[in-house]
Write a protein that binds this ligand. Structure first.
Ligand SMILES: [Zn+2]
Ligand SMILES: [Zn+2]
Length: 600
């Protein structure tokens, strides 16, 4: 007896080798039919004896390719059609997409092996990739996920690459960024002024420039890094001077875990995160003795460390450097540079050389940052490697565009029981960042084929994200109190729906009473919340100025405790008496001194 089953799979399945996987499993089960990608995910029709079909369904769920995750699988019986074989059909355009583009992923072990195999056609080719690895989200310009809708569209494949691309048994079957030295992107070394630096071997030249203490801007997956040898004090001092970044720690990148263990303490969980396909920066406690320059993370017990995630990184670190500083390519508070011309303009005066290439980055994504706390990973910044993978919500939602706050902005789109968080956008007060916020919203809407029915924004009326919401006149908007949003995000992350008590220790957020909240005890759920308690209000003399000059808060606190008679503290001696007098008058009379319960 022959049966035919139609299977609809929703998941991150585009660009992760799912169709060839389905093809191989169908062939192994002796089935006929077809598989195709459409903008809703993957559609399969398979025909054969019932027990073989059952076996096939099992295999689909048990033997997924490394980057694939299934979020839903539905099947229904249809009438047999008597196909001759099993085929992979071309992508179908369709509206109402729920397909998900995969995040950018570290270079896989198979590709790494080829990268260092002198007999391989892609030996030492910095753009090697396959269906299991390589750039995804950062190069996607639209859907469905296919080469013409990526920044690889400008590189026609050579006959060899095309043959792999067309061969369902190849690891590069429909690998959209597939390329080789003959047909794909090329490295280029540029001088500080953006002119080409003549070199037949840009990688080797770049390595020797780093060894000599040079500061290089290096193009990665989601943007440029600024790189220096992490053991070179002089190079680091110069980088700090040029980047105007006094003490903020720089991230490090090392070849492998053995190298990392030389300078940082690692637990099994931290090592798992370092080696994960997402390759985040992991915060690690420093070894007591290490060969890393003290200028990497001054007055800090931690290093932010990541393992290489592109073939280019592996080539850079192959033989030299215990660690390279790989800090984001920007001036303090500016967004990371990601386009070639823009990088040369914005990093002028910082980078001595640029190790660049001609594969464009469409969406800028910063490195993600994770810290292990109480044995559990905690994402401090969820961006490259994770975005645009969705997060499961405890209950289905309407289509909500949630715009986030103003500093360290991310935005979010909900569809049914999934939340799609954006990449790390940054500080919206910066015009470049604000533009990328607007573009990011448009782009994510497009690749999700999604339209909002409602916009949620921060209660603070002056945040740029709130202003953006209020400009979208046709849609209903909802203002959400900052710490209520923190409470409910935390609940969603842990699948809680019943009312919870949230203790929120935050910087600042606009409160419903018009004061600045931050140390809050809230009881509530996604619908409402009650403020059970909060840290005592303190005047914040000078408003925002007090965040930049914390001594103002110290005076405020001392005044609250001691009243008019402040004790003789060294701090007070360091402040000009006129300033001190003025500040105390501001506090007394409540001039430009909003009240805050912030935790600083
Ligand atoms: Zn690969
Ligand atoms: Zn090629």
């Amino acid at each position: 007896m022959t049966q035919r089953t139609q299977i609809r799979i929703e998941s991150i399945v585009q660009g992760v080798g799912f169709r060839p996987f389905v093809y191989r499993e169908a062939a192994a089960c002796g089935l006929t039919g077809w598989v195709l990608n459409d903008s809703q995910g993957v559609l399969i029709e398979a025909e054969g004896p019932p027990e073989q079909l059952a076996d096939f369904l099992d295999r689909l769920q048990q033997r997924l390719p490394p980057l694939a995750t299934i979020t839903s699988l539905q099947q229904q019986e249809v009438s047999p059609k008597g196909d001759q074989d099993f085929t992979i059909r071309h992508s179908q355009e369709q509206s109402d997409s729920s397909a998900q583009i995969a995040p950018d992923t570290y270079v896989c072990d198979d590709c790494l092996q080829e990268l260092f195999d002198p007999g391989d056609a892609r030996y030492r080719y910095p753009f090697i990739n396959c269906t299991n690895c390589g750039p995804r989200y950062s190069i996607v310009t639209g859907i469905p996920y296919d080469r013409p809708k990526t920044t690889m569209a400008v590189f026609p494949m050579c006959p060899n690459c095309q043959a792999e691309y067309d061969d369902p048994t190849s690891r590069r079957f429909h690998a959209q960024p597939n390329a080789c030295p003959r047909c794909g992107p090329q490295l280029q070394l540029l001088n500080a002024d953006g002119t080409p630096h003549i070199s037949d071997t840009p990688m080797e030249t770049a390595i020797s420039l780093l060894q000599q203490g040079g500061i290089l801007a290096i193009k990665g997956l989601g943007g440029y890094h600024l790189a220096v040898d992490a053991g070179n004090d002089a190079a680091l001092a110069e980088l700090r001077r040029r980047k105007a970044r006094d003490e903020k720690p720089f991230a490090l990148m090392s070849r492998n875990l053995e190298q990392v263990r030389q300078y940082a303490k690692t637990s099994p969980e931290e090592e798992r995160l370092l080696s994960s396909t997402e390759r985040p920066i992991v915060l690690l406690e420093q070894q007591d003795q290490h060969g890393i320059s003290p200028l990497v993370a001054p007055r800090n017990r931690y290093f932010g460390v990541m393992l290489p995630y592109t073939p280019l990184h592996y080539l850079l670190l192959e033989q030299h450097f215990t660690a390279l500083v790989m800090t984001s390519g920007n001036l303090t508070d500016e967004p990371i540079a990601y386009q070639n011309d823009d990088a040369c303009e914005r990093l002028k005066g910082i980078a001595d050389f640029y190790l660049s290439h001609n594969r464009e980055i469409f969406t800028r994504t910063d490195d993600s940052i994770v810290r292990v706390m109480a044995g559990q990973p905690m994402l401090l910044r969820r961006s490259r490697g994770y975005v645009p993978r969705s997060i499961a919500l405890p209950a289905a939602q309407d289509n909500i565009l949630a715009l986030g706050a103003e500093l360290k902005n991310t935005f979010c789109m909900t569809r049914q029981d999934r939340a799609f968080m954006s990449h790390h956008v940054g500080d919206l007060k910066n015009l470049d960042v604000y533009r990328s916020f607007e573009q990011g919203i448009m782009h994510l809407q497009e690749i999700l084929s999604w339209q909002p029915h409602c916009i949620a924004h921060d209660l603070h009326p002056d945040y740029f994200s709130s202003l953006y919401a209020l400009e979208q006149e046709v849609l209903p908007t909802v203002a959400v109190q900052h710490h209520h949003a923190h409470l409910v995000s935390c609940m969603a992350e842990h699948g809680e729906t019943e009312p919870c008590l949230g203790m929120i220790f935050d910087g600042i957020g606009y409160g419903v009473d018009g004061h600045i909240w931050g140390g809050e005890f809230l009881l509530g759920d996604s619908q409402k919340c009650e403020r059970l308690g909060h840290f005592a209000y303190l005047p914040m003399p000078g408003g925002d100025a007090a965040t930049r000059q914390p001594w103002r808060m110290a005076i405020s606190l001392l005044t609250q405790v001691y009243g008019d008679e402040l004790p003789g503290l060294p701090l007070l001696a360091a402040i000009p008496s006129q300033d001190l007098k003025l500040l105390r008058q501001m506090i007394d009379k409540g001039i430009n001194s909003p009240l805050t319960s912030s935790c600083g």
